[in-house]
Design a protein around this ligand. Structure first.
Ligand SMILES: O=C(O)c1ccc(O)c(O)c1
Ligand SMILES: [Mg+2]
Length: 595
């Protein structure tokens, strides 16, 4: 299917927007009138520019406040329309979007609306133009797709059809089953936007908070499935009004937008909509877990050894060391600060997985860095794919077996990354789509330096879990929060024993304040002995409907990375998010007292 984007989605002037859309691989655009009016290019030049970029102009919009008005206003509106048809002729655009009226001049009269739209369509037909009528969710009298369809049907003109916009339909909670009775040929245009569920005025919601598909809470694949079932064969066009995107690098936004459409098509097809031709995204087996996590660090040996890791080998061609404990493997390469460089993901089909991620517009990693196929995620973290049988370990020359002081770590539970506010949604969608993960419910918590949104995703078997937090914005000079913390959470079958063993080896564990334990006692009916053990070892606690969660943290290593050790009891499914503010405050306290 043709994949389009409205120029309103992207920041900049028309040349920035078109270049970004073209480069991201879109087939066509909706030209927003404002973008055209402020452009130094004539409509003919815009047409040429689009052609050079391989873009068609599939819609001109918006034409407002046209229908159901008194005769004098109607005459003026027709004159206005004729001037826009002139522009469209020069643009080579054949479809004009007419929004349902919000005008105080309009009257509540469907017959009059149909009659006037018929007249508009007759004039459009003379110019080879089609009219797509869209019910704005805040339209004065027409604000549901069902109502706009009744009027279009009553008008009965072949070049008058509907524009369906997922935001207007889903924001009102309309029944999407009704879409299936509309003949596909009468749907002239389809606009797609997601949004978070918010309780607010619908116009404000639409103008400020629309999102690309997969970033919000709407069931867009059900919506697209319903539209596809009508036989609609026109473009899938993104129309997202969003305060952040209006200011962001349009090239990056356009890539994010394209990725969201590819994922939406795939999901719609997977949910059984035969009409939806699948984007050629390779389908790959579920990941088998973390092969390893790669860190840059100046002096890894100290901390990893104090946590019971064993130095296992030196890479044959790169300055990288392999450390392991249980099934947790850490590759460390020397560098000035500590950061997570790459996730090694075990999969039965490494090449397919890398091709899928590449098709999702992630750049391929160079062979210089890794012998195996990998990509760079939008947050800069490498994702490298390996067969599960560990053949990648052959690249390391085994080290002399060191003194083994295991501290009970059995594997990697999850990776936690922090994304800048503006990129959070696209980074979350990328990891989910590239690795075949399912989104877990989004949470938010009040942390010392900001309200933090947190969203995790995991594969069905919970072998790969990625938790993503929004970075605190760090407004002004008051910026005490760690910029973009990252951490690796290891599993242990006995967290208290692990904490004890690590303390004995001198691991830099994080002390948790006494108030936290007093509060635990109030919230949970602990025995005095149990509480004493948790307090003594700075082990935190959480509980969900499945079971219990025990975990502890290290101090910050370098400027942004720390480790966690977790124990999930009876299928606890969360991440101890309730304890995150405690951890953040404790990291802050350590910085204050130890510099
Ligand atoms: O917010 C608006 O006015 C507006 C304009 C054009 C559209 O297609 C739309 O969905 C909303
Ligand atoms: Mg719209």
């Amino acid at each position: 299917m043709r994949l389009d984007i409205a120029t309103v989605c992207l920041s900049g002037t028309l040349d920035d927007k078109l270049a970004a859309a073209g480069r991201a691989g879109f087939h066509g655009v909706e030209i927003f009138e404002n973008d055209l009016v402020v452009s130094p290019w004539s409509p003919g030049e815009i047409r040429q520019r689009c052609a050079d970029l391989g873009l068609s102009i599939d819609l001109y919009q918006p034409f407002r406040d046209f229908e159901a008005v008194p005769p004098d206003v109607f005459a003026a509106n027709l004159r206005r329309a004729e001037r826009k048809f002139d522009v469209m002729a020069q643009l080579g655009a054949d479809t004009m979007l007419v929004c349902s009226s919000v005008s105080p001049d309009a009257v509540d009269d469907d017959d009059l609306a149909a009659e006037q739209l018929h007249e508009l369509a007759a004039r459009a037909a003379d110019r080879g133009i089609r009219i797509a009528y869209e019910a704005l969710a805040w339209g004065r009298f027409v604000n549901t797709y069902e109502h706009s369809w009744r009027i279009v049907r009553r008008a009965g003109h072949p070049v008058l059809g509907l524009c369906l916009d997922s935001f207007h339909v889903l924001s009102k909670g309309s029944e999407i089953g009704g879409i299936k009775v509309i003949p596909g040929g009468k749907i002239f245009f389809l606009q797609l936007a997601d949004a978070p569920r918010l309780r607010m005025d619908v116009l404000q919601w639409s103008r400020h908070h629309r999102l690309f598909p997969g970033h919000g809470d709407f069931d867009l694949s059900a919506f697209l499935g319903a539209v596809a079932a009508t036989g609609y064969a026109g473009p899938l066009s993104l129309e997202v009004f969003n305060d952040v995107f209006r200011q962001s690098d349009p090239a990056r936004t356009a890539v994010d937008a394209m990725r969201s459409l590819l994922v939406l098509q795939e999901e719609t097809a997977r949910r059984g909509t035969a009409e939806m031709r699948v984007a050629d995204l390779p389908v790959v087996p579920a990941p088998d877990g973390y092969a390893f996590v790669e860190l840059t660090a100046p002096d890894p040996a100290g901390v990893l050894a104090s946590m019971g890791f064993v130095y296992t080998g030196q890479h044959d061609s790169r300055p990288a060391q392999l450390w392991h404990q249980g099934d947790a493997r850490i590759v460390v390469r020397p560098g000035t600060d500590v950061r997570i460089d790459a996730l090694g993901v075990a999969t039965a089909d490494p090449l397919g997985a890398a091709q899928r991620a590449e098709r999702l517009l992630a750049p391929r990693l160079s062979d210089m860095d890794y012998d195996d196929p990998g990509v760079r995620a939008p947050d800069g973290v490498g994702v490298v794919f390996y067969r599960p049988e560990n053949d990648w370990m052959a690249e390391f020359t085994p080290a002399d077996p060191a003194l083994v002081n295991t501290c009970g770590i059995t594997g990697i539970d999850h990776i936690s990354l922090t994304a800048p506010f503006d990129d959070f949604d696209q980074i979350a969608l990328f990891y989910r789509a590239a690795l075949g993960l399912e989104a877990e419910p989004e949470t938010e918590f009040a942390a010392p330096f900001g309200l933090i949104r947190s969203r995790s995703s995991a594969d069905r078997d919970r072998r790969i879990r990625i938790a993503l937090n929004v970075a605190a914005l760090r407004r002004g000079d008051w910026a005490p929060a760690v910029a973009e913390p990252q951490h690796i959470a290891f599993t242990s079958d006995d967290v208290v024993a692990s904490a004890k063993a690590m303390r004995e080896l001198g691991a830099p564990l994080l002390d948790i304040p006494g108030n936290y334990y007093d509060d635990l006692l109030a919230r949970f009916d602990f025995s005095a002995e149990r509480l004493k053990v948790l307090r003594e070892h700075s082990v935190l606690y959480d509980r969900d409907e499945h079971g219990e969660f025990l975990h502890f943290y290290t101090r910050m290593l370098g400027s942004r990375v720390f480790f966690e050790v977790v124990q999930r009891i009876d299928g606890y499914a969360g991440y101890g998010v309730a304890n995150s503010p405690v951890r953040m405050a404790a990291h802050r306290q350590f910085r204050l007292t130890h510099g």
